[in-house]
Ligand binder design. Structure first.
Ligand SMILES: [Zn+2]
Length: 386
């Protein structure tokens, strides 16, 4: 054992309590006075004579160091439990600090990445490598990634779950991987996003928009376009020439088409029709142009042709007879100024096309003129982003 031979480590047979007390008082124990020969004999005994807890190997650090990690830390201890892989072949086991330092060296690591929480252990990491004359990798720390208003620590998230303020770790408002996935943020987007951030030691507050931008690029090409209306208003159209229309599932990628049965009874979103007057003209996307003939609690209009070169307002629509009722969950910022946002999960009831039911759970959809959503179930979708 090289460190003992070099007198950089020694066997300590003190009780646990004594060791902690000495560390607190910054004093060495009598074991540290033994000579190399005695230590070598005791080291041998750790393999066959001592029982677990009776002897450990400690690094000769500095009992007076301000960094408590350096006060003669443990390098090896005896563990008699069966190791799942190595069975009972070994009895004396290295500490985390020793194992990490030596493994990084033997693996030829040139740059080691560790989370900032380990900062205090770096001095020991380097000291062990120095004592063994091993080349030191450059240690880089990174901080935890957090989005504004979305804390990641379990200490904060757990009580929200216990109090029923969020449903579970996959609640779409949370920044957990399960939640991001359920919301429709792909792992590829997360990876690209993280790589785009430079590693920084200061705790990072990343803009969620930039993760969304990566994700949008990835999901756009595979997201089926569907019509959806919220706060439906009924529209009755006279003189419609077709009873079936065929619509492309994607504007540029070949994702096939779908057919929609139409009759005179249609739903439009209230926000698209609230300022309509008699005589106004609209284009119902994929269906044709109409002219408004009355605007009361219900709207009536007449079909006026299918000329695409019009500058009428273009709106999406849903056929009433086959409309599928759906709930969309819209996650908002979970915390505002460190306070739980009671309105952090908005729910809206909408109507969409029956084709929604043919999609698999987890499918990504772009609801036209609304945004991307992920199908969560037959009756529920989760808003991904604009
Ligand atoms: Zn001791």
């Amino acid at each position: 054992m090289e460190l003992i031979r070099k007198n950089q480590g020694y066997v300590c047979t003190c009780k646990r309590d004594t060791i902690s007390k000495n560390r607190k008082d910054m004093v060495s124990c009598k074991c540290s006075m033994r000579d190399i020969k005695q230590n070598e004999e005791m080291w041998e005994k750790m393999f066959n004579r001592y029982k677990p807890g009776e002897a450990i190997v400690r690094f000769r650090g500095n009992m007076e160091s301000k960094n408590t990690v350096m006060r003669d830390p443990v390098l090896f201890r005896i563990i008699d439990e069966r190791h799942p892989l190595l069975e009972k072949k070994y009895r004396v086991w290295p500490s985390y600090d020793f194992a990490v330092a030596v493994e990084d060296y033997t693996d030829g690591i040139t740059h080691a990445l560790r989370s900032k929480e380990y900062e205090l252990r770096n001095e020991l990491y380097y000291a062990i490598l120095d004592a063994l004359d091993m080349k030191k990798p450059k240690m880089m720390e990174f901080s935890r990634l957090e989005f504004k208003g979305m804390p990641v620590s379990k200490r904060i998230l757990r009580p929200l779950i216990d109090e029923g303020k969020v449903s579970w770790y996959d609640d779409p408002r949370l920044p957990t991987l399960e939640a991001l996935n359920r919301r429709g943020i792909t792992s590829e987007a997360i990876r690209k996003f993280i790589l785009s951030l430079s590693l920084t030691k200061a705790d990072t507050l990343a803009p969620f928009d930039s993760l969304e931008a990566f994700n949008r690029k990835i999901i756009d090409k595979n997201s089926i376009r569907l019509f959806m209306v919220k706060h439906p208003k009924t529209l009755t159209v006279s003189n419609l020439p077709n009873s079936v229309v065929e619509l492309p599932n994607h504007p540029s990628n070949d994702m096939g088409t779908r057919q929609i049965n139409v009759d005179a009874n249609i739903f439009l979103s209230t926000e698209d029709v609230k300022d309509l007057n008699i005589g106004d003209q609209l284009r119902l996307m994929g269906l044709g142009n109409i002219k408004i003939t009355s605007v009361n609690s219900e709207i009536t209009a007449e079909f006026i042709g299918d000329n695409h070169n019009v500058d009428f307002r273009k709106v999406q629509w849903v056929s009433q007879s086959s409309a599928h009722k759906l709930k969309i969950l819209i996650p908002q910022q979970l915390f505002i100024d460190d306070k739980f946002n009671e309105g952090s999960l908005e729910e809206i009831d909408v109507y969409t096309e029956p084709h929604y039911l043919e999609l698999k759970d987890g499918a990504e959809i772009q609801f036209v003129r609304f945004g991307y959503c992920r199908k969560d179930s037959a009756n529920q979708a989760i808003y991904t982003h604009k």
